[in-house]
Every structure is written in C-alpha cells, then in structure tokens.
Design a protein around this ligand. Structure first.
Ligand SMILES: CC(=O)N[C@H]1[C@@H](OP(=O)(O)OP(=O)(O)OC[C@H]2O[C@@H](n3ccc(=O)[nH]c3=O)[C@H](O)[C@@H]2O)O[C@H](CO)[C@@H](O)[C@@H]1O
Ligand SMILES: C=C(OP(=O)(O)O)C(=O)O
Length: 429
C-alpha cells in the first residue's frame, strides 16, 4: 500500500489541468452496454475506479480499447472505446461490485437491453449505508420485477420495460442515472420527478442523446424520456471534474498560492464559489478555466451546509473542513447527504485542528498553525483534506491508505509537485 509524504509550507503556484470527471465517466461507461455499437469516451481520467468498472464491463462481454492520448478527431485526453456487441452475462458478481458502488449502474442498461440482470448488492461503505432502494423502486415503476436473493438484485422484465412515472422521495444522482439508462430503451414515456440535477447527470443525458435517445429536461428536477428501439455508436467527451476543480481551488487558497485550473467550468461550482467568496477565496474566470487564490493572509470561517446540486457538494465537504481548520474564526459545517462523512475529523485533529462534531454538524475553530503527523486516509475526499492540511502544516505528514485517493484523483502528487508542493509517493510493495 503506497503512502504519500508531504513537507508543508509551500504555496501552490502555477497551472493544473483538470481531468475528466470520475462521477461522469463511470455512468458514461455503463451506457455502452445499451448498444451493440461502439461508444467512444474522450478525456477519460486515469483512475482506479475506471479500471474497476472496465473489468466489470469486460466481464459482461464488452471489448475495451484504451488508446492513450488524442485518438479520433476532436477527441482529447485518454480515449476509451467500448464495444458491447454481445452481452456475455447479465450477472455482476460481488467481488467486482463490492469494490465500487457505482457498479450498480450496470443494472439499468442490462435490464433495458437483455430483459434481465442479476447484480450484487453493493452494500454499505465508509461514508454511510448507501442503500439502492430508489434505484429498485424506479425500475419497478418501469415494470421490472425485482427480487433480492442471496445478496443479489434479480431484476426481470420479460416483456421489456414500459415507461412510467418515477417520483423520487429523495434526490439521488445514481438512481436518476440508472433509471434514465433503463428508460431510454423502454416502450413509451418515462417522467422522473425530483430528479438529480448534477452536471454529471446532464453529461450522461447529452451522451445518450448523441447515441439516439430522446431525453428532455436533464439539469432540471423533471426529466422526460421517450423510449427508442435502439441506440447507436457515438463519441463523447467527459465533462471536466468539478470536484477536482473545487479541491485544487481550495488548496490554492489554503496555501496562500494562486492556481490556474485549466479546463475548469466555474458555472458547475457556483455554490462553492459564492459561499467561499465570503471566506476570502477569490475565483476569477480565465481564458482557459479559472484562477483561484485568497484575498487576505488567512481565510475567514464561514458556515457551510451540503445539499444536492446546485447546493454545496458533499464531495467538497472534507476539503472545506481542512480549509476552515486554518481559518480566522469558527465555521459550522453541516453534512446533510451522508450520515458518516466526518471520518477525516480525528485525522485532522491529529494535525492540530480543533473540530468537534455534534450530530451532522462539525464546529471548526480555526487555528493559526497545523503540525505534520502520520495520518490515515479513510475515504476518497477525506484523503485530499489530509493532503491539504499537510501542505500547510509545519514539518512532515505521511498519508497512509493512499488507495482511497487513487480512486478519484488523477496523478495527484505530480500535479501538486509541478506547482511547488514538496510531495512524493512512497511505493510500498
Ligand atoms: C459515482 C458517483 O456519481 N458518486 C456520487 C453520487 O453517489 P450516489 O449516486 O451513490 O449518491 P446518491 O445521490 O444516490 O445519494 C444521495 C443520498 O440518497 C441516499 N440514497 C441513494 C440511493 C438510494 O437508492 N437510496 C438512498 O437512500 C444515499 O444514501 C444518500 O444519502 O452522488 C453523491 C451525492 O452527490 C456523491 O457524493 C458521489 O460522489
Ligand atoms: C463518494 C464518492 O464516490 P463514490 O460514489 O464512487 O463512492 C466521491 O466521489 O466522493
């Protein structure tokens, strides 16, 4: 298990290229199962989660070709071609699904295309119990018969899926995406009410439309889908990662540096930009993306509450807490999406942060200094919050369990080192 060593004190200065979004790329890859033609995805990030899903798709019979940089015309970054000409099996086994919750997104495409699917229940994970009931209820609204047996979802639609109305009692990104993919090949019209509005949902809809689907309203809370008989080949570029963008923007502000984030789309981070403006985080548009810096000698404590898009992203909560741990004044951070997403708190406290948790809120009393320590990554975003703390801490920080980080941040130590950070990966065989 690799470790990352950081010696704090250097402001981040320079340019960072924002990668394609993990949370867009994963559903886009599963959309390839909806057609027997080739789906080409450009700007695909190089991440452990992408490899895990690629393994699952090949297990279903898809052929995958990764051709490195700039493949077909107009296609930038890493390019992945997925050809699911035939579906070899509709069973998504536990040992692959358990590695990554997004694997549940094969359910909608397999059910729509083959009329049945058997997908292992993904189970809970570090940040919360994360049930899939909304995915399953949505499929039932489209006529699927669902049975839970021996840890697997057994879904069947012997006469095919039939469009229906799916009113979500709670906003779910994954359920919106899964139902959208099931509905594009269903007979008739599907209407999703209280749908997720995340840019990754819009990116998936754009790709499906390019493949021949009829979808209206993606990006609003009501999405209408008119089923079609088949989808066809398409080339799609994955949207830039708004969470990676927000993460590096906060790292720039925390270290008192200035970063240009190339490819960033500030419009996808409105809530973070507006709320952190009160903390003294300065975001300016640039020709190629945006520039992040800080107004004063320290950021100022502000209160933050996570919410579904367009609210403040839960995937930026841990990084915001790291930022606030060295702010002037106090900050109340409230997590409303996941019930157990404060595992970075004890680790940040090991570095001198002053944070107390009260239920779903954490009171962060900003400290002038943090000190380096050996710490443990507990989940993906928590990992980066510890890197941020390490970048400003006195002395050396060693981050253990880096595999969490590798799930969702591409070449993190290279990107940071190129901007002045004293950071290195310690390879542990
Ligand atoms: C791969 C991907 O895109 N992951 C993102 C996606 O996860 P994911 O799609 O899993 O998250 P959801 O939006 O579904 O979860 C939101 C909330 O709904 C609950 N819920 C969800 C489904 C369900 O069937 N029943 C249920 O109760 C969850 O436990 C959670 O409390 O959105 C989350 C919320 O923005 C992000 O943190 C994740 O990074
Ligand atoms: C929680 C996250 O991802 P996942 O849903 O894949 O676990 C994340 O990207 O922060």
């Amino acid at each position: 298990m690799d470790k990352i060593r950081i010696r704090g004190g250097n402001p981040l200065k320079g340019k960072i290229h924002i990668s394609g979004a993990k949370n867009a790329a994963l559903p886009l890859m599963t959309a390839a199962l909806l057609t027997d033609e080739v789906l080409t995805l450009c700007n695909l990030p190089h991440l452990a989660d992408i490899t895990t899903l690629a393994n699952l798709l090949s297990q279903h019979g898809a052929e995958l070709h990764m051709n490195g940089a700039a493949g077909s015309e107009g296609c930038a970054g890493r390019v992945l071609e997925i050809h699911a000409k035939n579906i070899a099996t509709t069973r998504a086994p536990y040992d692959l699904v358990r590695k990554m919750r997004a694997s549940i997104l094969v359910l909608g495409p397999l059910l729509a295309r083959e009329g049945h699917a058997e997908v292992s229940l993904p189970g809970g994970c570090a940040i919360g119990s994360r049930p899939v009931d909304l995915h399953l209820q949505g499929m039932q609204q489209l006529g699927a018969e669902i049975e839970l047996k021996e840890g697997y979802v057994h879904a069947r639609a012997p006469k095919g899926l039939i469009g229906g109305e799916v009113a979500f009692p709670k906003v779910s990104v994954g359920a919106t995406e899964n139902i959208m993919m099931a509905a594009v090949l269903a007979k008739g019209t599907t209407r999703m009410i209280n749908a997720a509005r995340e840019p990754e949902v819009v990116d998936l809809a754009d790709c499906l439309i390019g493949m021949g689907a009829q979808i209206q309203g993606a990006g609003t809370d009501c999405i209408t889908i008119e089923g079609v008989d088949r989808l066809h080949s398409y080339t799609h570029t994955v949207v830039p990662d708004r969470i990676e963008t927000g993460t590096y923007a906060m790292a720039a502000a925390m270290t008192g540096g200035r970063l240009e984030l190339i490819g960033a789309r500030p419009k996808h981070l409105r809530s973070m930009i507006d709320q952190l403006a009160h903390a003294g985080v300065v975001i300016e548009d640039s020709e190629n993306g945006m520039v992040a810096s800080r107004a004063g000698s320290r950021v100022i404590g502000v209160d933050i509450m996570t919410e579904p898009y367009p609210g403040y992203p839960t995937d930026l909560q841990a990084q915001t807490m790291a930022l606030m741990s060295t702010a002037e004044g106090a900050s109340m951070i409230t997590e409303t999406i996941f019930e157990n997403r404060f595992m970075h708190v004890p680790e940040l406290c090991r570095m001198g942060a002053n944070i107390t948790v009260h239920g779903s809120s954490a009171l962060v009393r900003g400290q002038a200094r943090l000190t380096g320590a050996e710490v443990m990554a507990t989940d993906l975003r928590a990992s980066f919050s510890l890197i941020m703390a390490g970048l400003v801490a006195d002395g050396e920080t060693v981050l253990n369990r880096v595999y969490h980080l590798d799930r969702g941040y591409e070449r993190v130590e290279d990107k940071l080192a190129a901007c002045g950070a004293d950071i290195e990966r310690l390879k542990v065989e």
